[in-house]
Design a binder for this molecule. Structure first.
Ligand SMILES: [Mg+2]
Ligand SMILES: [Zn+2]
Length: 220
């Protein structure tokens, strides 16, 4: 497991806005959730926010939510790119979010894969669906997973988030099939994109909603 402290993380939380730090923490998968999935891309110039992400980040940022990325990056174990390449990605995303009024508190990634070709070729406890990345981030940042959310686009994200104790939301094309997943892989909510997820998170906070028992499809 590895952590990158985004460059913007050095700014003082107390000065980032009137509502800074008052909203819940939102753990985010990166590829296919926050940004468009371009397999193994680490070129910042080719990174595009996913549909709905821009507005979602504005809303979550305005509500004072802390944003933490938790992403599987087996490209390191496969020898496709390095941890330094991921640091550039993290810095790029931190700057992008900052421009939208949101704050990237941490960028946690799993560089491992058992079938890899280098020292990262191990069976680890941080590759989602394992909850290791989220647990580590929660300890590092002093976050209570039970009061937090995990948003991702696959069952691995839902399973990791659930195992860590977060409320979970599935976005992207697979969200339509969420209800048919086994209970341990099933998200609490399933919606088309991150903007719809942000609405659930912010409405949930307003209503003091607890985790849902079953997947609920929420209209846009
Ligand atoms: Mg993904
Ligand atoms: Zn790992």
């Amino acid at each position: 497991m590895a952590v990158i402290e985004p460059a913007s993380h050095t700014s003082s939380p107390a000065t980032s806005g009137p509502s800074a730090g008052t909203g819940p923490t939102v753990f985010l998968d990166k590829d296919g959730t926050l940004i468009e999935d371009l397999p193994y891309n680490v070129d910042p110039m080719r990174i595009r926010l996913a549909p709905g992400s821009r507005a979602a980040m504005r809303r979550l940022g305005a509500a004072g939510c802390r944003i933490v990325i938790a992403t599987n990056q087996s490209g390191v174990a496969r020898g496709y790119f390095t941890e330094a390449d991921l640091a550039a990605v993290a810095d790029h995303l931190a700057a992008e979010l900052e421009g939208l009024g949101a704050r990237l508190e941490g960028f946690y990634f799993c560089p491992h894969l058992p079938e890899g070709i280098n020292e990262f070729a191990i069976d680890c406890s941080c590759r989602k669906p394992e909850p290791g990345l989220i647990r580590r981030a929660a300890v590092d940042l002093g976050i209570e997973p039970q009061g937090s959310w995990f948003v991702g686009d696959t069952w691995m994200d839902a399973m990791a988030g659930r195992a860590a104790g977060c409320r979970t939301i599935m976005v992207g094309p697979e969200h339509r099939d969420a209800a048919s997943l086994p209970p341990d892989r099933r998200p609490d909510f399933a919606v088309p994109d991150l903007l719809a997820a942000a609405r659930i998170i912010l409405d949930g906070e307003a209503a003091g909603a607890a985790g849902a028992e079953t997947v609920r499809e929420v209209a846009r």
